[in-house]
Design a protein around this ligand. Sequence first.
Ligand code: NAP
Length: 484
Amino acid sequence: MVASGTATGTAQIGVTGLAVMGRNLARNFARNGYTVAIHNRSYAKTESLVADHGDEGTFVASESVEDFVASLARPRKIVVMVKAGGPTDAVIDELVPFLEEGDIVVDAGNAHFPDTIRREGALREKGLHFVGSGVSGGEEGALLGPSIMPGGTKESYESLGPILEKISAKVDGVPCCTYVGPDGAGHFVKMVHNGIEYADMQLIAEAYDLLRQGLGASAAEIGQIFAEWNTGDLESFLIEITADVLQHVDAETGSAFVDIVLDQAEQKGTGRWTVQNGLDLGVPITGIAEATFARALSGSVPQRSAAVGVLQAHTSEWDVTDRDAFIEDVRLALYASKVVAYSQGFDQIAAASAEFGWDIDRGAMARIWRGGCIIRARFLNRITEAYERDANLPLLLADEYFTGAVGNGVAAWRRIVAGAALHGVPTPAFASSLSYYDGVRAERLPAALIQAQRDFFGAHTYRRTDRDGTFHTEWSGDRTEQTA
Ligand code: NAP
């Protein structure tokens, strides 16, 4: 059913920006029984939504922003789903003159969280609510139920939350949407979600490469191994689609599809933002960083061209004698590395939450990632349980479940990382995750030497293990120690 764009003020929710994501979100709202006001900069997209899907629910189509705003019931709830960056600001600027106190503007695009903090502040001054909301699940998730990570004021969530929860994915009847925290918290959590997605994808790619090079298995055979893994602890959307992709054959050449795809991974930038923020906060998110750099290395064409066939390898054939044992080793190494990546990502959320005063419930974040989003996975339940046992858990890896689950695979993890090094298979994410694991569990780190060096050349001082205080040694003089 379609109403024309007159100022009826009945629509319960509005969507502006009707490209693939906005169009599907609008349909999702309508299919869930909401009257949806729709608008797009160019009217053709609005018309096409009405023509193609007008029978799925009640849409109120408007050509002008003024009519669009007027078609909404108050307090107005408007979802902006346009290209992130300048376009989002442009749309907000167009909307604001027509809005009234208490109205809610939701940016559901992939905004960088500092922009969300800025926009929230600006709209709050005008008496408006601004909700920066992460939405994950791509095109299909937007239509059938995404994972939704809304920030903003708690007050705005009271009226907006039930609508978002209704259209979100459900796992065991629980919505994959919850209030995340003030201003930029929602987009921050979405950013870390994407960073973890980078790590997860890189780890899966390394596991595939290990199986290919270690076993000499075909892509289709490895696809079957992934399908088998998807019945156990590793069950997840990314493992499932990997099994599918690896078994797909290119129609034109008859080759495995993965073999005809150029091996240069691209990115839209959320991985980079996550790594930059990890550096800003001083949180070692090595899995996400290695995954982001691995994409960069794959795209470093001149460097790769200069190195292929030139850099010495000194490797030997990987002579795997027990196929099943090797596959199980790779599976255990993948699981352990994956837990490290999540543990680091949740540390980053905790650090940002403390820095910005967001009070983010990490267990709830794992819960809303269980369905709808790209990193949806069986083991997220285990993460929620870990934070339910201890909301202030300092290290996810140290939770009683994960110490056991990862501990069982440590020997396998070492065999795989050592084997990869000996046989020249690049495994940056597997290897750095194991190094992180060994680093974080070490009783003593060589950082002591770094502090001593810093004091030597820059008088940067050091603390001692045996008493409180800050000290400096007169390195260029008589080497006596002074209290700094
Ligand atoms: P998109 O290609 O990122 O953006 C196209 C939309 O933005 C169109 O509606 C376009 O209007 C509008 N737009 C661009 N510049 C504008 C301006 N200056 N003023 C007003 N409108 C403008 O669309 P998308 O792929 O559907 O993604 C929308 C948002 O969701 C993005 O922020 C994206 O990062 C985020 N997101 C996407 C996915 C995904 O899987 N695609 C997943 C999660 C989040 P016209 O039709 O008039 O050009």
